[in-house]
Design a protein around this ligand. Sequence first.
Ligand code: CDP
Ligand code: CDP
Length: 226
Amino acid sequence: MKKQMQIAIDGPAAAGKSTVAKIIAEKLSYIYIDTGAMYRALTYKALQAQADLEDADELLQLLRESIIDLKPGEAGQLVLINGKDVTDEIRTSEVTNSVSFVAKHAPVREEMVKRQQLFAEKGGVVMDGRDIGTHVLPNADVKIFLKASVEERAKRRHLENISKGFSSDIEKLKEEIILRDKRDSEREAAPLKKAEDAIELDTTSLSIADVVDQIISIAKEREQAW
Ligand code: CDP
Ligand code: CDP
């Protein structure tokens, strides 16, 4: 690919966004920005500080005190808050089940979006989240909305937990995914929504490689149309 593109990937929880976004970024030598990791980092910090997750001002203050860095590491992307590695801490179920409360506040989102847009100025970028095609990169060259059945998504998370040696309950995961998607879709500020010009891909019966190939061919078609 000659042109440095912006590729936006949105969709509900566990649709495969970060897995495919990471691979596409590697293949195209682009940077990868996991915006969910940024909301998770703030949530972790808020839980540590015993902040009131309903208090937008308190959360915004915590965010302003926090430099959130996303850096490539040997075993995947590292997430740092003010230089401290919190890559594993932001994936606990406590953070996962609290993050959509933090992410619903408009002032928090405005500050996050500013930071995400600054990251994207660095060149070719693959960014994944919930509002990338609708708010963060409204002029992205490629917009993808990934989805998959909730049963398949719960199964994928379950297998991921088991492969990491964690215990896992597939029915509980399914309930948590349904609840988080509901909160993310029903909030007023930049809800989870397919952008009008996004291409929807149902990955329920697609492999990771299939999804990656489809998105790269869409990007190549766009490039040729330039
Ligand atoms: O990977 P997973 O689907 O579990 O979620 P994530 O991408 O790490 O995002 C965690 C949470 O952050 C989401 O459930 C949303 O509440 C929030 N988020 C958001 O509001 N906007 C984004 N652009 C990305 C994430
Ligand atoms: O970022 P998001 O929450 O959308 O999903 P993910 O963390 O990238 O993917 C959830 C799990 O589904 C990972 O363990 C992937 O390996 C797996 N998976 C996938 O991403 N795509 C498929 N087509 C099949 C499985």
